[in-house]
Design a protein around this ligand. Structure first.
Ligand SMILES: Nc1nc2c(ncn2[C@@H]2O[C@H](COP(=O)(O)OP(=O)(O)OP(=O)(O)O)[C@@H](O)[C@H]2O)c(=O)[nH]1
Ligand SMILES: [Mg+2]
Length: 713
């Protein structure tokens, strides 16, 4: 018999790996099979592709339990899902899904059921396909999110061994992080770290668009001009890390003070402003000319290095130069990818990517952070300093998730990382006021304290709380916990496959048994009743711009100014993201009663003894209902964001008016908030609000009500 096509490519490698793991030589296998050793060798190198029978003989000759398992695996036929490699970590779960899908297909072909059975089969099939496509891929990201300067870059490097040992001659003995670290405001843009082929290190820069560089330079210059004019409020300007990069790119670095008094020498940028007599366009043109954007075309650095320390050191150097704007051939990055030739967190079986997000300055309600949270393949690590864990911004982020109905994200793919420094853990006091005796005791006390704060958020008690002192703790504990976090996400899908498997078995049984059929019919009857009477989305209760207005009043004036200069699209405060979030928050509040009502009905049914033969169906239904609602809320965010963007972005006059408020003294943020509120509440926007509302209702029908109706048909 021919082997399954899918494993032909790897058969030689597989046999070699099984043999080596079992500690056997090719000659020993050849001898026990009475074949020539060169045949075993040629099979292992892929020169000869053996028939199934021979593969099984080879596996049996190796004889380890793993090899025996391989003999069975080699004979398996996969009809629906592509056959995964033998060492795929989710192979058994995928096999179960494959068998269930095959069984489903055979049953449908043979019996062609209609009515409730057909709709249920379809629902189960979709769930299975979703879980299998999730498990097939081994790609996952771990994104670190937290306030500026909390220690994200340090923890990432210490936790994944991206450290450069000091030179033997150097005075300092501590290893240094490959990513640049510093006193806050250090990481210039999002950084992705992943691994590729052996021995190759690399750094890839995605530059900002030319327009964005022009704008940033303009903002940088505006702050200088303000200072020149004696204004101190600091409304206009750029963040610390961008300021540093632009100064380096334009050769305007402030020289360090010398001597005991350290009187600062003059700032060359201010000198430039003086020369231009405070004329902003002139200063900006001068800075841009110095930057020579046209020469900054280098985006990729790759080099081979067999010595890990040498490779990391070179990478560290390039990264620091790019991150500071010190390379004459590289523009201002929007994202940097670092490539290393070894598996991250020591995990070879998965393709992990570690993401260092840009430090949070004011609000974590940012589209880039939400995108990580929304990605079902990403574990988001919320970082806080030890003393205030979980810090206010991370609490704000959790609250935001609850408000937008995304509790599942909290329970499935978020971890809290507490970053103690020096002796902070030992300074922790217990109820009697005694200091912790050991670091573990300090962690335990903090875990209790942080845990009770987390428990205030729905499903917050399900978030693992991890500790890592980047200078002192062994990295293996952190890697293990992060891998467990990834595993937890995958296990959720494995469990889903098992649940759907049980539901399919139950359904097939119900088609032959009267009692079981009656239970299914009764579940459908009650469901229908609910759908017909209680599924209408109630009236809007919150204005979509409410969240935005609150944020505008609270955030740093510079952040608000930066967004007005970009027609609302500044990454630190994206007006449209907030309008989307506002739309979803309202949608969540309105759908909550229906959702809880339905969940209550389903919970009652799952406890009803009479309905026991349909219990798996009810439990599947609960899972699906919650994922339909999730889809509804996430699409409501998109609808709100995009519809508002389509009209508001174009409104040049409004944005210029807002940006111009900065010169009118204090109250800049309130003035902008008020202007945007007036715009949103103006009767001219009534049709826009109506369109948003119509779309939300349609979404509700499509994403939530329709699938329910289908089941009741
Ligand atoms: N003593 C001590 N210092 C630490 C520790 N972790 C971080 N630091 C210091 O804290 C400062 C900030 O750390 P970073 O890792 O740059 O912080 P970040 O969160 O990446 O900051 P941004 O990139 O600005 O968002 C650096 O000076 C680190 O050396 C720690 O565990 N112990
Ligand atoms: Mg950093």
């Amino acid at each position: 018999m021919m082997l399954n096509q899918n494993i032909n490519d790897s058969i030689g490698n597989d046999i070699a790996r099984l043999r080596l793991t079992a500690g056997l030589k090719q000659s020993a296998i050849a001898e026990s099979l009475k074949i020539d050793a060169s045949r075993v060798s040629r099979i292992e190198t892929g020169e000869v592709i053996p028939e199934l029978e021979e593969v099984q003989q080879l596996a049996k000759a190796i004889g380890s339990p793993e090899a025996m398992d391989y003999a069975r695996y080699a004979a398996e036929h996969w009809n629906v899902i592509p056959k995964p490699p033998f060492w795929h970590p989710s192979r058994l779960a995928l096999r179960k899904a494959e068998q269930t899908l095959t069984e489903l297909a055979n049953f449908l072909e043979k019996h062609n059921p209609d009515g409730y059975a057909k709709a249920q089969f379809e629902m189960h099939r979709e769930s299975l396909l979703k879980s299998t496509s999730y498990l097939e891929s081994l790609f996952h990201s771990i994104a670190f999110v937290g306030d500026i300067g909390v220690g994200k870059s340090t923890a990432i490097c210490a936790g994944s061994d991206l450290l450069v040992e000091p030179d033997k001659t150097a005075k300092k003995t501590a290893p240094k992080a490959v990513l640049e670290t510093g006193g806050g405001g250090t990481t210039l843009c999002e950084v992705h770290i992943h691994s590729e082929t052996v021995d190759v290190y690399g750094l890839i820069v995605q530059p900002n668009s030319e327009t964005e560089v022009f704008r940033l330079v303009n903002d940088f210059c505006a702050a200088l001009v303000d200072r020149h004019n004696g204004l101190t409020e600091g409304v206009r300007g750029v963040s610390q890390e961008v300021n540093r990069a632009i100064r380096n790119m334009a050769g305007l670095v402030r020289p360090q003070g010398k001597g005991e008094t350290k009187t600062s020498p003059p700032d060359p940028a201010m000198e430039l402003v003086k020369q231009c007599e405070g004329n902003l366009p002139e200063v900006a043109a001068e800075v841009l000319a110095r930057i020579k954007l046209g020469l900054r075309t280098q985006c990729e650095f790759r080099f081979q290095e067999s010595d890990r320390q040498a490779g990391l050191k070179k990478l560290q150097q390039i990264f620091a130069e790019v991150n500071r704007g010190q390379r004459a051939d590289v523009s201002l990055p929007r994202r940097i990818d670092l490539i290393v030739p070894f598996p991250l967190l020591g995990k070879r079986s998965h393709q992990l990517r570690i993401v260092d997000t840009k430090g949070v300055d004011g609000t974590a309600i940012r589209p880039d952070i939400r995108a990580h949270l929304d990605d079902s393949r990403t574990l988001t690590v919320l970082c806080s300093r030890y003393n205030d864990a979980p810090c206010t911004t991370m609490q704000g982020l959790l609250e935001h998730l609850v408000n937008t109905g995304a509790e599942n994200i909290i329970s499935e793919r978020v971890a809290m990382l507490v970053l103690p420094r020096q002796n902070e853990a030992l300074a922790m006091k217990d109820d009697s006021g005694m200091n912790a005796d050991t670091i573990e005791e300090g962690y335990r006390l903090k875990r209790e304290q942080a845990g009770s704060k987390m428990a205030q958020f729905k499903d917050g008690d399900k978030v693992p709380i991890l500790f890592f002192n980047s200078m002192d703790d062994d990295r293996s504990g952190l890697s293990k916990s992060l891998i467990e976090g990834v595993q937890k996400m995958r296990n959720g899908q494995v469990e889903r496959i098992s649940q759907v498997y049980s539901a399919v078995r139950e359904l097939i049984k119900s088609l032959g048994e009267t009692k079981s059929k009656a239970a299914h019919t009764e579940v459908i009857r009650r469901l229908k009743q609910f759908v017909n009477k209680q599924c209408k989305l109630p009236e809007r209760t919150q204005k979509p711009h409410q969240r935005l207005i609150e944020a505008l009043q609270l955030l740093h004036p510079r952040t608000v100014w930066a967004t007005t200069r970009r027609n609302g699209t500044w990454s630190g405060l994206d007006v449209y993201h907030f309008l989307g979030v506002g739309t979803a928050t309202d949608a969540q509040a309105r759908s909550q009663t229906i959702f809880s009502g339905l969940d209550g009905v389903l919970a009652d049914m799952s406890n009803d003894e009479q309905l026991a033969p349909a219990v798996e169906f009810v439990s599947e239904l609960r899972k699906n209902v919650s994922s339909w609602r999730e889809t509804f809320l996430s699409e409501a965010t998109t609808v709100g964001r995009e519809l508002f963007r389509a009209r508001l972005f174009e409104h040049e006059h409004l944005w210029t008016t807002c940006a111009d408020f900065w010169g009118d003294g204090p109250g800049f943020r309130n003035a902008v908030a008020n202007e945007l509120r007036l715009w949103c509440e103006d009767s001219k926007q009534a049709d826009l609000l109506e369109t948003v509302e119509k779309r939300v209702i349609t979404l509700w029908d499509e994403a939530f009500v329709e699938p329910l109706r289908k089941l009741c048909a």
